[in-house]
Design a protein around this ligand. Structure first.
Ligand code: NI
Length: 254
């Protein structure tokens, strides 16, 4: 019983076999998938997938890459979607990406803060994207998201940062990179964070875990992420699967 807490199966790389991909996930013990929006178009597709497939839940949000294109009516549209579709479980993915810097940093920050605000108004958790922006990101979360909850997806910070994030009431999620030999730091953190704050994800079609690295990722592969975390923690796979699924249900009220 696994739950893929972060996937983009609305991506056009699934256009020819989306039904089969979802079926394969179910056959591999994946009980649910949260499909994540990254701009208004993919958020709309997320909502549509959630209404069409029983196993799929949706998040809507504007990724820092697309922050430069956000307009006022986008926030109203997201609020309308949430009011209409109970399977929208979060605002995301939102955050900061200073690795690519596809939007100016001040714009990324403003759009991030405005979506935190929206999530607070709507009573939803947030799904956070953080790439090379740990300092500013934590500053904003501490100031703007007090009393809120959510998840740091594909966690890439230090152990100290993970501990702080957990103290603030957030969860941390791990994806394919935890299976790579050179991800020593990520493995250490995945072994150390409390089991009741841990999520697993694929970020399909990206971040494909071993042994399928280099190919398109899909939600069925979330088991390789869970297996590696189970190995690192010296636990049976079932224990990690059960705990991470329970955490998803708790965080996203599914
Ligand atoms: Ni993503």
């Amino acid at each position: 019983m696994l739950f893929d807490s972060h996937a983009h199966i609305d991506d056009n790389r699934f256009d020819t076999d989306r039904d089969e991909t979802i079926q394969r996930a179910v056959q591999n013990g994946v009980k649910g998938i949260i499909n994540i929006g990254a701009d208004m178009a993919s958020s709309a597709r997320s909502v549509e997938l959630a209404s069409r497939y029983e196993e799929i839940y949706a998040a809507v949000g504007i990724h820092p890459h697309d922050a430069k294109d956000a307009i006022d009516s986008d926030y109203e549209m997201m609020a309308r979607w949430v009011a209409k579709e109970p399977k929208i479980v979060a605002i995301g993915e939102i955050g900061l990406d200073y690795y690519y810097d596809w939007s100016p940093r001040d714009v990324q920050q403003a759009v991030f803060i405005r979506q935190i605000d929206l999530a607070r108004q709507l009573g939803k958790p947030i799904i956070i994207h953080d790439r090379d922006a740990h300092g500013d990101l934590l500053t904003i979360v501490k100031k703007e998201a007090q009393g809120m909850t959510g998840v740091f997806h594909c966690f890439s910070g230090s152990l100290e940062m993970a501990q702080e994030v957990i103290r603030l009431g957030f969860y941390v999620s791990f994806a394919g990179p935890v299976t790579f030999d050179k991800s020593v730091k990520v493995k250490e953190i995945a072994a150390a964070v409390p089991l009741d704050r841990l999520l697993v994800e694929t970020d399909s079609p990206y971040l494909t875990p071993n042994p399928y690295r280099g190919r398109r990722n899909e939600p069925a592969h979330v088991r390789f992420v869970a297996e590696e975390i189970a190995r690192l923690r010296n636990l049976p796979l079932e224990a990690v699967a059960e705990a991470t699924t329970a955490n998803v249900r708790q965080l996203f009220r599914i």
